[in-house]
Write a protein that binds this ligand. Structure first.
Ligand code: SAM
Length: 286
């Protein structure tokens, strides 16, 4: 069954009485070249397992199932169940769990369904209304995942793959760099989806570090500093940091200087190591 064919999709919807739910970010891929590329570039191969978030009609799921030993997919919309029973009928290595990914106990799911796999790859065309929360959940929970290869809105891809210390960088850029090495893989135009969204997309890959890339004494404090610093991205760090941390500006200025950071610096000028050093200096003062 050609799952990128508009006629096939419409026929599946009609026969199973399915209607799109816009609020669930249901823009389904109709460009046949995209899913095989996500699966290949996402690391799928024999001996490995894949996790997918948001199956739609199973267009990417089948590409993952052809290449990996096992696929676990998480989909929130139970209305897709009869469609997936049909489209995934030929694959005995796929299990779809109908659940909200943000509420799912992914650690338990991996232990129960994918225990024993050395390499697990997350591949997904993410629902855009929850791009950052899903990526951060996958990274923060320190799951045994080798890489995440996900399609996101083009602007989100630019932000996630920006260099820390450059203009496009934001709090989420620092966060993904804390856990992984991000890379922009390829762009996908809005015409590749049905219904066509108002934005273009891009596929990115985040290679997850098994060992900690950076050593901080207090991760909560680190992310508090990063969030406060980027709350007003184009403004100087000193004021928002001082109010978020409840520290006097004079003391904070001394700390910035001791870390080799200008007291007039803006968050987009700091490198990863500057944030780490700043966190350690503030931690040692508290
Ligand atoms: N993989 C399919 C494709 O490429 O055509 C569908 C991608 S579509 C952009 C996003 C999918 O995520 C939809 O199937 C939607 O129902 C599902 N979804 C939305 N919110 C979700 C959530 N919180 N948890 C799990 N799946 C979700």
């Amino acid at each position: 069954m050609e799952l990128t064919n508009i006629g096939t999709i419409k026929d599946l919807f009609a026969r199973h009485g399915f209607a799109f739910t816009k609020s669930l970010g249901q823009n389904f891929l109709i460009n046949p070249s995209v899913c095989p590329k996500i699966a290949e570039m996402g690391g799928c191969k024999k001996g490995a397992a894949a996790i997918e978030i948001g199956t739609g009609v199973g267009v990417l799921t089948t590409e993952l199932a052809k290449r990996c030993d096992r696929v676990v997919a998480i989909e929130i919309d139970t209305g897709l169940k009869p469609i997936l029973e049909e489209t995934l009928a030929d694959f005995d290595n796929v299990e779809v769990i109908f659940e909200d990914v943000l509420k799912a106990d992914l650690k338990a799911i991996i232990a129960e369904k994918l225990g024993g796999f050395e390499e697990i790859y997350v591949c997904a065309n993410l629902p855009y209304y929850i791009t950052s929360p899903v990526i951060m959940k996958l990274l923060e929970e320190r799951l045994p995942i080798s890489a995440l290869t996900v399609m996101v809105q083009k602007e989100a891809a630019d932000r996630l793959c920006a260099k820390v210390g450059e203009r496009d960088c934001g709090a989420v850029t620092v966060a993904v760099n804390y856990y992984s090495t991000p890379k922009l893989l390829f762009k996908v135009g809005r015409g590749s989806f049905m219904p066509s969204p108002n934005v273009d997309s891009a596929v990115i890959r985040l290679d997850v570090s098994r060992d900690k890339r950076y050593s901080v004494s207090d991760e909560k404090l680190f992310f508090k500093i990063v969030r406060a610093a980027f709350a007003q991205r184009r403004k100087q760090l000193l004021n928002p940091l001082s109010s978020a941390l409840g520290m006097g500006k004079a003391e904070l200025s001394d700390i910035l200087v001791s870390c080799g950071i200008k007291t007039t610096a803006r968050p987009e000028e700091l490198k990863m190591q500057d944030f780490v050093n700043l966190c350690e200096a503030i931690y040692n003062k508290k």
